[in-house]
Design a protein around this ligand. Structure first.
Ligand code: FAD
Ligand code: MLT
Ligand code: ZN
Length: 486
């Protein structure tokens, strides 16, 4: 139960972060209470924008003392409504955008130490300027922040080679729900001195504390990059192509992205491109990228060998090898704009599932058949990081049907068909986007009682007052979440 008085709260916040660190006017607060996809709208008495970890700790100490709830927020690019408050107006938003300092780059240790409010692009640029690669690659890099990437254990298009955010993290600093600070900003690759506490906060979606800084791993900067767009007969062939490519190219495979015919046509409409990169009917396509520390010609030859072998095995129908950086960027733009194309089109049911890589073909075939029984005219926008078994399975309304009508008529049934099938294949209902609000209540169905009990035990141990990102991730008995606006 909230006990704070708004005027006292505002006064205290201004005292800690200064007036420039507090947003209270409706117009100023608006971008922080509506989620990226425009599905969830909340309320808050104040958006607090601290500049230092000490300020975050003071704000959280105050909130702990007065029972004020807190929504930690990074770039607010969450795909699952995890970063905005609910409609009650009972939670403050702590946005970390002003905590964007790069503390240190240790070239010999291959690490970068940053404040959690740095954008991903900023960290990648800083690494590049030092001749290193920070390998997390996601389409929202210009807006999302390291704290958000950590809290969602972000994935993206280079997980195949470098792993997800969890694999890229060595140390953390976290402000706990009672305002104490846990600092372990160390760049150690080996440390077996008990529980690995940082793993608790990675992927916790802000429910266990506020990450204020991190030590991240760097990798050598590749010297060669070869990219091809490949037409394959079907998703099953794509997975065989991946296996064959692994045998030939091994560790060089950096990305292996599937694009369905409807995903391709949607993104071409969105980008107003008259011509697709590959001629003829779109078909199923794979964007494959190899990178290495060797020569460009050598790597191009490896990719050619991959494609020739696949052609002999009738796994490939057509392909283009990008011959310039501009062409590489163009192909990647097409892939990365699929996300915004759907947001703009409105009316897509987003299912971010993972299954074992060997089951990707079965999943897509069976899930598509089920969905087309439910909504025969749906556009089958299917794409994603199939090299990791991660499929973005997002049936979209046909142009003639209103978005709200499509979602209210078919949304739940489509979600149940896709997520249920993924789970029946030993898969996950959220491969990389997290749980937030959108997937919260499904956990009750798909996680075992033991798993949910363990999750709740961890939450209670760290945040007994349920102050940190209340209503997110952990299913409660109150359904549905109150602030969904469409
Ligand atoms: P926010 O959206 O602000 O917050 C996300 C969650 O983290 C919330 O629960 C929030 O409370 C919590 N949080 C944020 N900062 C902190 C902190 N400092 N301490 C504690 N908790 C915190 N995701 C992928 O995994 N792969 C992709 O390929 C991908 N592509 C995307 C493309 C586009 C165009 C868009 C819009 C999104 C994409 N995303 C992708 C989703 C999103 O960008 C990621 O989930 C990202 O990691 C969120 O970062 P953020 O800073 O925006 O976090
Ligand atoms: C992507 O792979 O493009 C992202 O996960 C975002 C999305 O699917 O919308
Ligand atoms: Zn993705």
């Amino acid at each position: 139960m909230i006990t704070f008085r708004k005027s006292a709260l505002l006064k205290a916040m201004v005292k800690i972060v200064g007036p420039e660190g507090c947003l209270v006017e409706d117009a100023d607060v608006e971008p922080f209470v509506v989620d990226y996809k425009g599905i969830y709208r909340g309320n808050t008495p104040v958006v607090v924008r601290p500049k230092t970890e000490d300020e975050v700790a003071q704000v959280v100490q105050y909130c702990h003392k007065h029972g004020v709830r807190v929504v930690p927020q990074g770039g607010n690019t969450s795909m699952v409504g995890g970063s905005v408050p609910d409609a009650s107006g009972n939670a403050i938003v702590i946005n970390l955008a002003r905590m964007n300092g790069i503390y240190e780059i240790d070239i010999l240790n291959d690490t970068i130490t940053v404040q959690a409010g740095c954008t991903l692009a900023q960290v990648c640029d800083a690494a590049t300027a030092s001749g290193r690669l920070f390998p997390l690659r996601i389409g929202s890099a210009g807006s999302c922040q390291i704290g958000g990437n950590l809290s969602t254990n972000a994935g993206g298009t280079a997980v195949l080679k470098y792993g997800n955010m969890r694999d890229l993290t060595l140390g953390l600093e976290v402000v706990l729900p009672d305002g104490r600070v846990w600092t372990k900003l160390r760049g150690l690759r080996k440390d077996n001195t008990g529980y690995d506490l940082k793993q608790l906060f990675i992927g916790a979606e802000g429910t266990l504390g506020i990450i204020t800084a991190a030590v991240l791993k760097l990798a050598p900067m590749p010297t060669a990059r070869s990219v091809a767009l490949v037409k394959v007969p079907d998703p099953r062939s794509a997975i065989h192509l991946l296996a064959s490519a692994k045998e030939i190219a091994g560790q060089a495979i950096n990305a292996f992205e599937l694009i369905s015919p409807d995903a391709m046509s949607l993104v071409l409409e969105h980008l107003r491109l008259e011509r697709a990169p590959l001629e003829g009917p779109a078909g199923w396509q794979i964007l494959v990228e190899l990178t290495s520390g060797g020569g460009q010609q050598e790597l191009d030859e490896v990719l050619m060998r991959v494609l020739e072998t696949a052609q002999e095995q009738q796994l490939v129908q057509d392909a283009i090898l990008a011959s310039s950086n501009a062409q590489i960027e163009h192909l990647w733009k097409i892939r990365e704009e699929i996300s915004d194309a759907q947001t703009r089109a409105k009316g897509s049911v987003r299912c971010d599932v993972s299954v074992p890589i060997s089951r990707v073909g079965d999943f897509i075939e069976e899930a598509s058949a089920r969905v087309l029984e439910i909504a025969p005219d749906a556009r089958m926008v299917i794409y994603g990081h199939v090299g990791d078994g991660n499929v973005h399975f997002n049936p979209l309304r046909p142009a003639s049907v209103d978005a709200k009508d499509f979602l209210s008529k078919f949304g739940d049934a489509i979600t149940e068909a896709a997520d249920g099938l993924a789970v029946s294949m030993e898969g996950s209902i959220s491969a990389e986007h997290g749980v937030g609000v959108a997937k919260r209540d499904e956990l009750r169905k798909y996680k075992s009682k033991v798993e949910l009990d363990l999750m709740r035990s961890v939450k209670r141990a760290l945040d007994p007052g349920d102050l940190m990102n209340p209503g997110k991730m952990l299913p409660e008995d109150t359904v549905p979440y109150p602030h969904k606006i469409c």
